[in-house]
Design a protein around this ligand. Structure first.
Ligand SMILES: C[S@@+](CC[C@H](N)C(=O)[O-])C[C@H]1O[C@@H](n2cnc3c(N)ncnc32)[C@H](O)[C@@H]1O
Length: 298
């Protein structure tokens, strides 16, 4: 089994600014899956609400994470509601005719981009657990007349798709939000066709958090789960869970590294008492990463 962990030391504040909900101040109990789901859904429901309240023709924006993509002709609400931490399209290399699943499809930006790439012969499913996000995504799809998409309500840990259904799974910063990531990866494996690939962006911890003058428990307890940080896995743990689910050809690439300016305003007291140097060391271990893996061919 091939596991590749590449390093890219270069930081990019621009890329990080748009990440998930790093401004969320909610501190979620980590040992309560239902509380995690409720907090995450409430946070992203509010994000959707803001866009649903606006007219469909409101001014568009731009996303630093999607500089390589053509966002023209996509609804402003899809772009404005996007809260990813990377660009799964760069790693997915979608082909015409492929069937794609977007885990945690939010307002539908990644689904609509994928729908263009796979064309009429392909199809894209979006799965999300938040009702208001699903409403927004369906409205966005209708506004652009996307006929090859379907948004389904569901949880990453219990996907509403049959076994061996999709060629490619994409996702932008959602696996970290699930309480049981092992289960979510098993579900991903189940719905992929043999030979199908996982190509997702997510936040991954480079190394571990054990050697700092604050416990990992305190670090994670103080950070926002909805902001995609508290639930981020280490590369080693993510690799272990991917292997346990049955994936092969696993490759994790640290694309961008966070820095203090991304989080300072949100740090809890237990972290604020750390020296600037320790804080900087802690924060730069959180990376926006590309994660690739394949379900074995029969
Ligand atoms: C970080 S946003 C990403 C949305 C979209 N991919 C984008 O880039 O705009 C997270 C989305 O995942 C959904 N989500 C979070 N945890 C989920 C879970 N366990 N199952 C299904 N959806 C989930 C949220 O409702 C939210 O819409």
């Amino acid at each position: 089994m091939s596991v590749q962990v590449k390093r890219l030391e270069q930081t990019s504040e621009e890329q990080m600014e748009a990440c998930c909900g790093t401004s969320s101040a909610v501190r979620t109990p980590r040992d309560d899956p239902q509380a995690i789901r409720a907090d995450v859904s409430s946070y992203y429901g509010d994000v959707a609400e803001q866009q649903l309240d606006r007219s469909a023709a409101s001014d568009c924006c731009g996303s630093n994470l999607y500089l390589g993509e053509d966002l023209s002709e996509l609804p402003a609400a899809a772009v404005n509601s996007s809260r990813g931490c990377g660009n799964p399209h760069v790693i997915a290399s979608l082909q015409p005719g492929e069937v794609v699943l977007d885990l945690g499809s939010g307002g539908g930006l990644d689904v609509l981009l994928a729908a263009r790439q796979v064309g009429e012969a392909g199809f894209v499913y979006g799965v999300d657990m938040t009702d208001r996000m699903l409403e927004l995504a369906r409205r966005n799809a209708a506004n652009v007349g996307a006929a090859n998409v379907d948004f389904r309500k569901g949880d990453l840990e219990d996907l509403p798709l049959e076994d061996d259904t999709v060629d490619v799974i994409i996702s932008n910063c959602v696996v970290n939000l699930t309480p049981d990531k092992g289960r979510a990866l098993e579900e991903s494996f189940r719905v992929l066709k043999p030979g199908g690939r996982l190509a997702i962006s997510d936040i991954v911890v480079d190394g571990d958090l054990n050697d700092l003058p604050v416990s990992e428990e305190d670090i994670r307890a103080g950070l926002s789960w909805a902001g995609c940080i508290a639930g981020a896995l280490s590369a080693a743990e993510l690799t272990r869970l991917l292997e346990a689910a049955g994936f092969e050809e696993i490759a994790i690439t640290f694309e961008h590294r966070y820095n203090s300016s991304d989080f300072l305003g949100e740090l809890p007291p237990s972290l604020r008492r750390l020296s600037d140097a320790v804080l900087a060391e802690l924060i730069q271990r959180f990376t926006s990463s590309s994660i690739r893996a394949r379900k074995p061919r029969l």
